[in-house]
Design a protein around this ligand. Structure first.
Ligand code: 6PG
Length: 469
């Protein structure tokens, strides 16, 4: 048997697994990766930085034999059945102190099931959400671990050294019990979907509605990224408008088919919020718009029936300023919805998620990183029990500064017929959340009218029913 040498093992050397392992090696850890595909193990070794210790093997046992104890092994394989398959194969080869990590986008209920199964066998299992895409994995991702705190202690030094840093703080923290890591990552992705939807609506209005060229859009988003809207998604959007196609010389954005794919994490966020009774309408709409986008043929037919050509050009000197304010308002609402969900899920699902740490970890490395998160971090530091960031005074200042422009801009969306389901849902959510009086007294009356569902009164305690007919 070879002498154990390595600090960390990876199962699955796709681009994420490989880059994460190389990141660890760049930070002085000795790493070994397993993949049944020889091309992938070779690619791992050949892309290692000089003088780092990186090895690729095609046998799981060979990898396990060379890991220092307690063995730290991460799986980075596609979510779902592949994770169960790898775990089934791995489990008989493990010893009691070994720690197995699922670093993929697994559904949190799968993580809970696997945790229980591994625990029964006396083994440690940790679900970790990792964000930042392939570049982030190599240079500094945002890492969201949860579950067994003892096991996390053994992972902490490695994870802290490879994570993105903000003001010297690593973007990783223990985020709670059970499947908290994967839950926080799921909600991260829900917010990611919603912000992407809002950015795409603003792009549509400025492009088709106000006739801005790709070069102008690049400038607009670039400038936004230097101000209050500073964020990874605004930054990459600005870059997208510049990129030309090698084949035709045209801008690639104009050549991409308008059908969006998805792998399910946004949908899971919506499904879970529905189960918990938490309103996250902008995330729901983002999922729905991807579904609607896939109906390209039907949309073409419907557009022939209902539209005559392009929307009328919007003439408004302030459109860029209004669009920037509306995007800031909308982004804030996306975070508000996601964080409100995390707050409820944390207690309902007994995860004890420290929201302060969740937003701290999101400040760098991840897809939804933005300068707004610094403000949220301070808000939760002041009040860790904050139920909705809209109740924080600093945040209310941003809302009050942007709400007027948002309303104006939405009028223009509506008049031009350019879809703004995401932004209008953000405004609708806000208007309802900030309304002392909602029209749900009427809903209660209707429920009582047709179904004797009863209601409560504003002027006396108790449960009441009226004979309406
Ligand atoms: C990340 C991303 C990553 C992945 C998304 C894409 O944080 O690095 O969220 O996990 O790119 O899951 O999701 P869709 O394919 O569903 O858009």
């Amino acid at each position: 048997m070879a002498t154990p040498t390595f600090d960390f093992g990876m199962i699955g050397l796709g681009v994420m697994g490989r880059n994460l392992l190389l990141n660890m090696a760049d930070h002085g850890f000795k790493v070994i990766g397993y993949d049944k595909d020889n091309q992938k193990t070779l690619a791992l070794e050949s892309s290692a930085t000089a003088n780092t210790v990186v090895k690729g093997v095609n046998s799981l046992q060979e990898m396990l034999n060379q890991l220092n104890s307690p063995r730290r092994i991460m799986m980075l394989v596609p979510a779902g059945q592949p994770v169960d398959d790898v775990l089934q194969g791995l489990q008989p080869l493990l010893a009691p102190d070994d720690i197995v990590i699922d670093g993929g986008n697994s559904h949190y209920t799968d993580t809970l099931r696997r945790l229980a199964w591994m625990k029964e066998k006396g083994l440690h299992f940790v679900g970790i959400g990792i964000s930042g895409g392939e570049h982030g994995a190599r240079t500094g991702p945002s890492i969201m671990p949860g579950g067994d705190p003892q096991a996390y202690k053994h992972l902490q030094p490695i994870l802290e050294s490879i994570a993105a840093k903000v003001n010297g703080d690593p973007c990783v923290a223990y985020l709670g019990k059970g499947a908290a890591g994967h839950y926080v990552k799921m909600v991260h992705n829900g917010i990611e979907y919603a912000i992407m939807q809002l950015i795409s609506e603003i792009y549509d209005l400025l492009h088709r509605g106000a006739g801005k060229s790709n070069d102008q859009l690049h400038e607009i988003f670039n400038k936004w990224n230097e101000g209050d809207l500073q964020s990874y998604l605004v930054e990459i959007t600005s870059e997208i408008f510049l990129k030309s196609d090698d084949k035709t010389g045209k801008k690639i954005i104009d050549l991409i088919l308008d059908k969006a794919g998805s792998k399910g994490t946004g949908k899971w966020t919506s499904q879970d919020a529905m189960d918990l009774g938490v309103a996250i309408p902008t995330i729901d709409i983002a999922v729905a718009m991807r579904a609607l986008s896939s109906l390209k043929d039907e949309r073409i037919k419907a557009s022939k029936i209902y539209h005559n050509g392009s929307p009328a050009l919007i003439k408004n000197q302030n459109i860029v300023e209004e669009a920037g304010s509306a995007l800031l308002f909308g982004m804030l609402i996306c975070y508000a919805q996601g964080l409100a969900l995390l707050k409820v899920a944390s207690s309902e699902l007994q995860m004890e998620i420290p929201l302060e740490d969740a937003v701290k970890v999101w400040r760098g490395g991840c897809i939804i990183r933005s300068s707004l998160l610094e403000i949220f971090y301070k808000s939760f530091q002041q009040n860790p029990g904050l139920s909705n960031i809209l109740l924080n005074p600093e945040i209310s200042k941003i809302v009050n500064k942007t709400i007027g422009h948002t309303r104006n801009l939405l009028v223009q969306f509506i008049q031009s017929g350019i879809p703004a389901a995401g932004l209008s849902s953000a405004l609708g959510y806000f208007d309802a959340y900030a309304s002392e009086q909602m029209p749900t007294n009427l809903v209660q009356a209707q429920r009582d009218f047709f179904g004797a569902h009863t209601y409560q009164r504003v002027d006396m305690a108790g449960t009441f029913h009226t004979e309406w007919q």
